[in-house]
Write a protein that binds this ligand. Structure first.
Ligand SMILES: CC(C)CCOP(=O)(O)OP(=O)(O)O
Ligand SMILES: [Mg+2]
Ligand SMILES: [Mg+2]
Ligand SMILES: [Mg+2]
Length: 151
């Protein structure tokens, strides 16, 4: 696949976060060009030298103002997606699970140019349309929650 410059756009890496609160997950309707108007997870591009956990905490803080419990950020899976519109974009997405350091903290929409706002949604009753790769995961029965503790 070629971009406007005629050379293939190099793959990028992003880290997105299933921020869990009870049986709910934090989602926001995207205003960014990629996935515009679809509900996506907080997160973004991995920056040089960052661990996946550092990127997860930074992006969530930048976008929502929420602090993650840094000891409970877990790697879940990764997806490999090539988007053709609005421009060619090959992105490897690292999906992490996390909880808030303070469960009483409420999300703020700190990047209104990129997101309409953040809200909590029941995983079994998700808003549509979801961001493409997230829709695929939901359709395939992906469960971002930890197994229930054995009593
Ligand atoms: C397309 C997406 C899965 C990867 C990039 O995420 P993003 O557009 O939220 O990126 P930023 O938060 O870094 O602007
Ligand atoms: Mg971001
Ligand atoms: Mg983002
Ligand atoms: Mg970013």
């Amino acid at each position: 696949m070629e971009n406007n410059g005629g050379e293939a756009a190099r793959p990028k890496v992003a880290v997105v976060v299933f921020l869990l609160n009870g049986n709910k997950v934090l989602l926001g309707r995207r205003r960014s060009s990629v996935g515009r108007n679809t509900f996506g997870l907080p997160g973004g591009h991995l920056e040089f030298g960052e661990s996946f956990e550092e990127c997860a905490a930074r992006e969530v803080k930048e976008e929502t103002g929420l602090d993650l419990d840094i000891h409970k950020i877990e790697y879940l899976t990764a997806t490999n997606n090539v988007h053709s519109s609005p421009h060619p974009l090959h992105i490897v997405t690292i999906l992490m699970r996390a909880i808030q350091a303070d469960p009483h903290q409420n999300p703020q929409n700190l990047e209104p140019e990129k997101c309409e706002g953040w809200d909590w949604y029941d995983w079994d009753n998700l808003p549509r349309p979801l961001f493409g790769p997230l829709e695929t995961m939901a359709q395939n029965g992906f469960n971002p929650f930890p197994p229930a503790p054995h009593n």
